[in-house]
Design a binder for this molecule. Structure first.
Ligand SMILES: Nc1ncnc2c1ncn2[C@@H]1O[C@H](COP(=O)(O)OP(=O)(O)OP(=O)(O)O)[C@@H](O)[C@H]1O
Ligand SMILES: [Mg+2]
Length: 314
């Protein structure tokens, strides 16, 4: 596996002395979709803007395809495309002119065929002569992707590509990103939407307070850390959870007829058998029983909470 982007011991301190990135290291594999998850202010945009040369940094090393981002800036930068968090476009130009112009900014020779294929891939070809101000938010976002890809970069950064867009456009964007991956583009995206990372990422990184607190394959993350929820629906409501069941930390709904039990799939003894036999011994009748895998969301929230606690302790 080739590591196309290497970031090591990166530190960023803003002018007001705020340390936004703290000794951060991260490597990105060629061809992957990497989702960087983190709460507001975690340092996601700061990190992306540094790698894209928009912001300076204080210490550390960054290389893109082994080109040092400081010493070989032009070479490194030509391999990167970025779709920034804020949408800003020259409103009076057409899509076609705008995207072709972007390519020129990188000193790349005109290539109408490439831009045509790009616009087709992004379902913008029919709209190529439309003025940017006439486009919907989702289309503007796609134009920004087209601009970011106009110089044929190997890496595409998407800073919150689906912030404030509706569910339909979000799903459409996921398809666009998957298609780009199939074309060989390495994609790094930031998001607050856990389901987005769950849906499209190969690997997930979680950032909090300027530090990467976890990097893991999505599937193994879900498997390794996933908890399961057992829902036990009773035939009749009860008055309270019986004392003999107190060790299971059960929760009960308002209607007093559904018990939930959270267990760790990693443990050899999940406690399910004992719980069910205790319930049977109590003579409680069951109506239904179901299990659900806990989501990345609960994993994420737990990790961010843990790292906050660590910060308080240290
Ligand atoms: N120009 C600046 N001067 C001082 N502090 C800044 C500056 N820009 C950002 N910060 C601070 O750095 C931290 C990281 O900001 P950043 O924009 O990287 O977060 P983010 O993870 O992208 O958040 P969001 O999810 O809200 O986009 C925040 O605490 C922010 O207030
Ligand atoms: Mg941001």
């Amino acid at each position: 596996m080739t590591e196309i982007l290497k970031i090591s011991e990166l530190t960023k301190i803003y002018k007001n002395k705020f340390q936004a990135l703290n000794n951060l290291s991260l490597n990105i594999n060629e061809g992957e979709i990497f989702a960087l998850l983190g709460p507001n202010g975690a340092g996601k945009s700061t990190l992306i803007n540094i790698v894209c040369g928009i912001l300076n940094f204080d210490s550390g090393n960054i290389s893109v395809n082994n080109f040092d981002i400081k010493k070989q800036y032009r070479k490194a930068r030509s391999l990167i495309g970025i779709v920034p968090q804020e949408l800003n476009l020259e409103a009076f130009e057409t899509i076609w002119d705008n995207v072709n112009y972007s390519r020129g900014l990188y000193g790349k020779p005109t290539d109408h065929l490439y831009i045509e294929s790009l616009l087709k891939q992004l379902s913008l070809w029919d709209k190529k002569n439309d003025k940017l101000r006439e486009l919907s938010g989702g289309m503007k976002r796609r134009v920004l992707i087209a601009k970011a890809l106009s110089h044929e970069p190997k890496i595409l950064f998407l800073d919150e590509p689906t912030a404030s867009v509706d569910v339909e456009i979000r799903k459409e964007m996921w398809e666009v990103v998957k298609r780009l991956k199939n074309k060989g583009v390495t994609i790094i995206l930031t998001t607050h939407y856990i389901e987005e990372a769950e849906e499209i990422a190969d690997r997930i990184g979680i950032i909090n307070n300027g530090k990467i607190i976890l990097v893991e394959e999505k599937n193994s993350l879900l498997k390794k850390m996933g908890q399961k929820i057992l829902k036990i629906e009773l035939a009749e409501p009860i008055n309270k959870i019986p004392d003999v069941l107190s060790g299971f930390n059960l929760e009960i709904n308002k209607e007093m007829n559904i018990l939930t039990y959270i267990y760790d799939t990693k443990k050899s003894n999940t406690g399910i058998t004992t719980l069910l036999s205790e319930i049977k011994n109590l003579g409680m009748q069951l109506k239904d029983i179901s299990t659900k895998q806990s989501s990345l969301e609960s994993i994420f929230l737990n990790l961010v909470k843990e790292s906050k606690n660590e910060l308080v302790r240290s």
